[in-house]
Design a binder for this molecule. Sequence first.
Ligand SMILES: *Cc1c(COP(=O)(O)O)cnc(C)c1O
Length: 384
Amino acid sequence: MSSEIPFNRPFVAGKELFYIAQAITLNNLGGDGHFTSQCSRLLEERFRIPRVLLVASCTAALEMSAILFDLKPGDEVLIPSFTFVSTASCLVRLGVRPVFVDIRPDTLNINEGLIEEAITSRTRAIFPVHYAGLGCNMPRIMEIADRHGLLVAEDAAQGVNSYQNGRALGSIGHLGCYSFHETKNIICGEGGALCINDPSLIERAEIIRDKGTNRKQFFRGHVDKYTWVDNGSSYVPSELTMAFLYAQLEMADAINARRRGIYDYYRKALVPLAEEGLLRLPAPCAPEESNFHLFYILLENEVTRTALMEHLNRQGINAVFHYVPLHSSPMGRLHGFTVRDLPVTDDISGRLLRLPLYYDITEADQKRVVEQIGVFFREVLPRS
Ligand SMILES: *Cc1c(COP(=O)(O)O)cnc(C)c1O
């Protein structure tokens, strides 16, 4: 019996414990010590972002974005329905209405051609999601936003160390949000970052991040009292997780290169099945524009998708699907969100299957995954 192939295995760069030990000897385990500022500086320089604030999660960065944009009850924000809950929950908690825009069938990113028809007098912002580490059409989205006076926060949870026309994802909108959750490419367990590309938002962002206090300004000597001045929450991450993160950030290019190899293997090995019309592969992308965050295949319909997933799981291969579109989730229905026609979202979400992709996956394991997909189409599906 061959061993289990997990869906994800958290990547360990090697120097994490060394840096954590350093953090302990520095006698500062709360936030904003040596490693937090090292991580900020590295991200700011590498991705050319005016200010990067490390936070507890991408969800925290998205919540901060909604507060920073001064979104109010009744305001509308355009987002895809084909995304993780945080893109919407950061809005709903403030009484803001997410308005869902359908995705493109090729990249599965928000369809920029459908954005303008979704804009109303209440629309305040767009939160595009860079699915699978491939950028939304940001030039077009920024042009529409400018013309309509809208703010843009990129949900770049999956887009860390991805680029578009030479610019890092997360560095293009007014704000960008990164995730370092253990399921992403660069990790620290739980963590994230808020990329502030509009410098006028920096000062208030520091306050919101620090429980609504002016502690930062106080320590810099800019104000003589440390007190409660604005909205906010506990969004600052611990030095221990930032020490872990720093070891990972040093390996950012090696991580992209390794994931590209894994991605290319799946792609090449699955071409014959795609040519037979049994499955569809992701649209090809320029390698310098992707971080190869995930690999998915599209099956003919939901019944085939479920049968293949069950077959792989029986073989010890953990393939999974996502997302249940937010508009059809229990919370989405409860809120009666403004649902426009989302035919591509409804179609794709029922047919998508993600294959195991993590730094340490062996070629033998990838081979087994591909072989079992072949077995499914030759032997299992015809019998069902
Ligand atoms: C992972 C993810 C998030 C949430 O990230 P956390 O760091 O776990 O809060 C948000 N949006 C998208 C698109 C994601 O993939």
